[in-house]
Design a protein around this ligand. Structure first.
Ligand code: 13P
Ligand code: SF4
Length: 347
């Protein structure tokens, strides 16, 4: 039963003490978050993983790329586990290393040595390693602006991957005109540009998050009609049109903090993942809060991590069995760390 599983997890947590650390992303289910030792967005979780030198076992409640990042930032004595190996990320899967290397070659032909790669942490370790190797850095939604500004101090133009929306929204906010942003289409291995090639400043990889693409301008228009006093806040993984039509936008942490600081009685429609929106609603009974899309928008892979999988993962540690261990090979990790460290030094 649920109660038995919860009781067992409490016992194991007590038994392992400081040797166990459970980071939990904001998009995880409540049944999992209740056991998290730290809850945060992807940047915060990368930072706590890097800071924790005591825990031998890190059971990552999030998705695969986050567990890879934690493995790369922790020591050899620390092991990172992902309670369900099927907890991937469809956005991260949109940029594979083969297509990326092929794109880079073509872009070198077009632009020579004037591009720097910037990679959203929602990407595989191989893409982070590619980025590190070519002098680039990682970004998260909390520090994307700082990192894009940094990239422009290094090179004339940047390749942003894998999320076109975060790239476009961030560059737009920094004053890059939309027509100077081209799209790299990995299916056709071609650049889709709306200006002369030499004027392209930002090359956006054609990837997206299907959870955040679930919020549309139509949802916003309907809401403006039916609830004109509602403020709309969305994640920058939403499209440019949705971000432009909203009142505010920012990372997961920014959304959490903004609602926290909002006055009692204020009304909010939030455009981000369902588990987080539900939790924010519960935590703020003094405010009127809804999801911007009434069908909510769950992240199916985040939801793979549930109570039974968390318990199973903890049991493998107690029984000293081979669990779902996440290890990034040292060659990849060394290069990927360059891109992560360039970010952490500035974030
Ligand atoms: P942040 O936690 O950086 O806001 O990212 C959102 C996300 O989609 C995580 O998968
Ligand atoms: Fe990936 Fe989007 Fe899910 Fe985040 S919310 S893990 S970006 S699919």
């Amino acid at each position: 039963s649920i109660e038995e599983m919860e009781a067992r997890i409490h016992i194991i947590k007590k038994q392992l003490g400081d040797e166990l650390f459970i980071p939990g992303h904001h998009y995880q289910k409540d049944e999992v978050i209740q056991f998290a030792d730290a809850v945060g967005d992807s940047l915060q979780l990368a930072q706590v993983a890097a800071a924790n030198k005591r825990a031998k076992h890190i059971v990552f409640c999030g998705v695969h790329f986050m567990a890879e990042t934690a493995d790369m930032l922790t020591t050899r004595e620390q092991t990172v586990y992902l309670p369900d190996m099927r907890a991937g990320c469809s956005m991260a899967d949109m940029a594979n290393i083969y297509d990326t290397e092929r794109a880079w070659e073509a872009l070198q032909q077009l632009f020579g040595n004037t591009i720097i790669p910037l990679t959203y942490v929602n990407s595989t370790a191989a893409i982070k390693a590619f980025t590190g190797k070519h002098g680039g850095a990682c970004v998260t939604s909390s520090n994307a602006k700082t990192m894009v500004e940094w990239a422009f101090t290094q090179k004339e133009r940047l390749l942003f991957l894998p999320d076109q929306h975060l790239g476009r929204n961030t560059a737009y906010d920094l004053g890059v005109p939309l027509e100077q942003m081209a799209i790299w289409n990995p299916r056709t291995n071609a650049l889709e540009a709306n200006c002369a090639i030499e004027d392209v400043k930002v090359i956006l990889w054609k990837g997206h998050c299907s959870v955040h693409e679930g919020f549309t301008v139509k949802h916003i228009e309907q809401l403006r009609q039916s609830r004109p006093n509602m403020r709309i806040i969305v994640h920058p993984e939403c499209s440019r049109e949705v971000v432009a039509a909203s009142d505010d936008n920012g990372s997961t942490k920014y959304i959490v903090d903004t609602i926290e600081a909002a006055p009692a009685g204020s009304q909010w429609a939030i455009g981000t993942e369902m588990n987080l929106v539900k939790r924010i609603i519960q935590q703020h009974p003094d405010k009127t809060i809804i999801s911007l899309n009434e069908n909510m928008c769950p992240c199916l892979t985040m939801n793979r991590i549930d109570l039974p999988h968390l318990l199973w993962s903890l049991e493998t540690i107690v029984a000293q069995q081979e669990g779902n261990i996440i290890t990034v090979d040292e060659q990849t990790a060394e290069l990927a760390r360059l891109s992560l460290e360039r970010m952490l030094a500035r974030a």
